[in-house]
Design a protein around this ligand. Sequence first.
Ligand code: DC
Length: 218
Amino acid sequence: MLITIDGPSGVGKGTVARAVSSKLNFNYLDSGAMYRALALYADLNNIKENDDLKLKKLLIDIHIQFVTDEEGEDRVFLNTDDVTEDIRTNEISILASKYAGIELVRNVLREMQKRLVKNKNYVTEGRDMGTYVFPEADYKFYLDADPMVRADRRALQLTETLGMKFKTEKILDEINQRDTLDKTRKICPLHPADDAIIIDTTDLSVNDVVNNVIERIV
Ligand code: DC
């Protein structure tokens, strides 16, 4: 069975998708982490978005892996390096959104995502899971929330993962910037699938959303 959860930045897709996958004992795919890892690799190797030749080489060289460590934590590996924390910075967020607008990048990552999920039970989370990558999914959800609430949630998450304080106003600016990039790009823009169940999470707790999703499935 395949369940997709899409939505804009900071809406809590990751937290919800992880919780749903763990309750159902399904695998979990964070597709955004793949865009982030790719952006980090490009950044470290000084590859610009418009450098077609270097970008093609990058897509051949890059190997992204999801590994669960001994404590049960999901780790993201870029080739041999654990980049779980490095891909969560604000700079990489914006850069990932830029690379996500490149057709070649999307084509390669889409194939990787399809290969990963094949013949397994999965909850996948991202921007285009139910629309362009897995239109055949069994259940599709689209989470949305007021941008200010999303900025607050993102600030809290960044503080928890990176251990630093962040200004909500700055994060709100970045969320608005990413919303525009993700929703207006020519290839696979962010929007709900026609058959997606839309949940406005503005006034809901994580538990409410998780229960809402599970109720629709079982
Ligand atoms: O979900 P996230 O914030 O980790 O995603 C980072 C960026 O990657 C996001 O701004 C847009 C892009 N992305 C995408 O275009 N398609 C996906 N399925 C997942 C992420």
